[in-house]
Design a protein around this ligand. Sequence first.
Ligand code: FE
Length: 195
Amino acid sequence: MAEQLTSDTIVDVIADIFERRGADSYLGEDVTMSEHMLQAAQCAEQAGASEDMVAAALLHDIGHYTGEFPVDTLEKGMNNYHDETGAAILQKFFPALVVDCVRYHVAAKRYLCATRDDYFGRLSDASVHSLNLQGGPMDDDEVAEFEKNSNLDSIVNIRLWDDEGKVAGIETPSFADYTPLLRRVIQSHSDATAA
Ligand code: FE
């Protein structure tokens, strides 16, 4: 699929995924996949984040749809690496900041569990379950390595909005409301790389 994507079609392709698959359940949470990603985007907006960060929040779980594993694979006890597949799809079109936030949002959970005392208690039951499949809290060497990423603060913020965006019944903008923002982020990245 990725080979056929262009900067002109990617937003429509993602919109179509939200449309067709957005009502899928989100790994044992109380919200659907699209509710979850829209809530994360709304958290980013409410925090006054940049358009790149809103895009990252909106798309952080898109890898659930691009891997060869079904969306409920994680529930069955296997890591489906949706962070890597999502980053792989996005990296042709989006700035490195967005790609890093998607690629490391799962690692950021392991990082925060190791570095912030109050963090583990905020995780949903499903997220605690997946933490164990994802390797548990980072050890000291992994923490030191993770902190080398120059986008660390942004990656952590995406993770916190990911954790917040799991509340049933919250009103959010629709995916269509975000398509102009996504097109601007893609366009400014393509302008920057062409320059
Ligand atoms: Fe998520």
